[in-house]
Ligand binder design. Structure first.
Ligand code: KG4
Ligand code: ZN
Length: 346
């Protein structure tokens, strides 16, 4: 049979607080990327409320998909497959996307390809860096994950390091709340840090004994809280910008040193950043400087592809589709899905 040249995938993402759909061609060309964010709603509660997230996904998903198909100027008949995030994430939120994808797959007779959310974040880089191919080291830093992943090939992942406690994004969010910046913390700390002195306060850079690529951010978070309490007890003013900048530098220092060590130890030439925290301006510039010095090629997506979106799921789904991965209508949401683990039907 003659091989079809163009593979069009409709991708759906609903693992947390963004309802998103995209149409992606051959894994690297985005024809549409529609994101309906619920951030404003969750800001009222200081964080994501799972029950509200699920309800909003149900309300918005059909509109988001129609919009994605419309903007790409395609109909279901033009598609080759449906890609969907089935884990990890909030179970009720994931179920909305998975149920929707299964319904479309059944109704339109299209193959279903379940995608791991982290694989999606990593694959966001294939969209904007057409020349990027594995192998490489990827630092995945998001609200729920901090992983150092060796990407041996498409779909072949080895997790060499991960956080022992808080994820990097989670630490940003908690520190932002403590200094009174509110939710979501990452972008707010990023912004206010530009007005602060990153060397004003020395916060700890944690190492995990015997695990050189693992992370721990609970210590730096506690150190920030202790610093704030100390200032208040002494009646001193708490300088939000200095705390934010010093905290951000402490976190980025660790991310840079661990990521570069992994690149060197694994004999790689390329370092890739992914996930919401990869849009942090300080992390990007510190990584740029360090990689230039070590002659390592650095890649990261533009901010809209760092945070949750469906285009990245479409890119990942394409490579899974090409590897022959197909899921049945028994595909379920897996809130703690491990990278590389599959619920597969070939
Ligand atoms: O990848 P993402 O959208 O969702 C997850 O899969 O978790 O990441 C969201 C996380 C949040 O913790 C948010 O505070 C953080 O990414 N974030 C940032 C920045 N933009 C988003 N952290 C630091 N600096 C930023 N500019
Ligand atoms: Zn994410």
């Amino acid at each position: 049979m003659e091989e079809k040249k163009e593979i069009l995938i409709l991708a759906i993402e609903s693992s947390c607080d963004e309802t998103a759909a995209a149409v992606v061609k051959n894994g690297r060309e985005v024809l549409s990327n529609v994101i309906s964010s619920q951030i404003d709603l969750h800001t009222l509660y200081g964080g994501v409320v799972p029950e509200i997230a699920s309800r909003k996904h149900v309300e918005r998903i059909n509109y988001v998909i129609q919009e994605a198909l419309g903007q790409a100027d395609v109909t279901l008949k033009d598609l080759d497959a449906i890609g969907v995030t089935y884990g990890p994430g909030l179970v009720g939120a994931l179920l909305v996307g998975v149920a929707e994808a299964k319904a479309i797959s059944y109704a339109a007779g299209l193959p279903l390809v379940g995608v791991h959310h982290i694989e999606g974040h990593i694959s966001a880089n294939y969209i904007e860096h057409q020349e990027l191919e594995p192998p490489f080291v990827c630092l995945v830093v998001s609200g729920g994950h901090t992983h150092l992943v060796i990407v041996h090939d498409y779909g072949e992942y080895e997790i060499t390091g991960k956080t022992r406690d808080d994820a990097a994004g989670e630490a940003f969010d908690k520190v932002a709340r403590a200094v009174g910046l509110g939710y979501p913390g990452g972008p707010k700390i990023d912004r206010i840090s530009k007005e602060g002195n990153a060397d004003a306060i020395h916060f700890p850079r944690a190492k995990v004994e015997g695990a050189p690529y693992d992370f721990s951010f609970s210590g730096v978070k506690s150190a920030v809280l202790n610093h704030i309490n100390g200032c208040r007890m002494k009646g001193e003013e708490v300088c939000q910008a200095d705390i934010a900048a010093s905290f951000q530098k402490a976190v980025c220092d660790v991310l840079v040193s661990h990521a570069l060590a992994a690149v060197k130890d694994y004999g790689m030439q390329k370092l890739v950043l992914a996930g919401g925290v990869a849009s942090n301006t300080s992390l990007r510039s510190m990584m740029e400087t360090a990689c230039k010095k070590e002659r390592i090629s650095l890649y990261y997506p533009s901010p809209v592809l760092c945070t949750d979106n469906a285009a990245m799921i479409g890119a990942a789904a394409y490579y899974e589709y090409q590897r022959g991965v197909r899921h049945g209508l028994d595909l379920n949401a897996v809130p703690n899905l491990k990278l590389g683990e599959r619920q597969e039907k070939r």
